[in-house]
Design a protein around this ligand. Structure first.
Ligand SMILES: Cc1cc2nc3c(=O)[nH]c(=O)nc-3n(C[C@H](O)[C@H](O)[C@H](O)COP(=O)(O)OP(=O)(O)OC[C@H]3O[C@@H](n4cnc5c(N)ncnc54)[C@H](O)[C@@H]3O)c2cc1C
Length: 149
């Protein structure tokens, strides 16, 4: 008899957990309170328009990325995807020209220096935080970190 598992919540976290457990042979039942799955990564319709609830971009589909590893564990091909370039186009209030976050680090550096002169120290600080954050994430930590007494 396969063990039964109940997963509460059909956001990306619950769906991923349910899929991985089912793939390992558990009998999984997933409960979602909303009318559709996806949680913060879902969409909703109003007056003929479709809006993202939250997430608009997916990272980690590249070889070795977290989503690539999950699809490999599920023995499924990852969905077709193309890199966004720019990753984001931000329009500040009253502006008609976007601030483009380019994939190329050099191009992004030039872009931000053009929009925010004399702010390079701030961006370099962010780069350091990102580097630490990526290193931490690549260790596939369990989050939130367990409390140690
Ligand atoms: C505005 C915004 C933009 C974002 N942009 C990005 C992005 O571009 N890229 C990215 O990677 N991430 C982005 N994120 C983050 C990402 O969307 C979330 O981290 C992720 O979707 C969270 O998934 P989750 O499964 O942990 O939680 P949730 O998506 O919150 O899912 C929880 C689910 O559980 C259900 N639930 C809760 N309680 C119960 C209950 N008692 N019974 C049944 N069901 C229950 C909820 O209805 C919900 O569907 C963004 C988030 C926001 C808010």
């Amino acid at each position: 008899m396969a063990k039964r598992v109940v997963v509460i919540g059909g956001g990306i976290g619950g769906l991923t957990t349910a899929a991985l457990l089912a793939q390992r042979g558990y009998r999984v039942q997933l409960f979602e309170q909303a009318a559709q799955l996806g949680g913060c990564a879902s969409t909703f319709q109003r007056r003929g328009f479709t809006f993202d609830v939250g997430a608009t971009q997916v990272a980690g589909l590249e070889p070795g990325g977290i989503h690539a590893e999950i699809f490999a564990a599920l023995q499924l091909p990852p969905p077709p995807a193309t890199p966004c370039d720019p990753a984001c186009a931000v329009y500040l209030p009253g502006e008609t020209t976007p601030i483009n976050v380019w994939r190329s680090r050099d191009r992004w550096q030039l872009e931000r220096q053009r929009h925010f002169p004399h702010s390079e120290r701030f961006w370099q600080g962010l780069e350091q935080l990102f580097a630490i954050s990526w290193r931490f994430q690549q260790r596939q930590p369990i989050l939130p970190p367990p409390q140690r007494f």
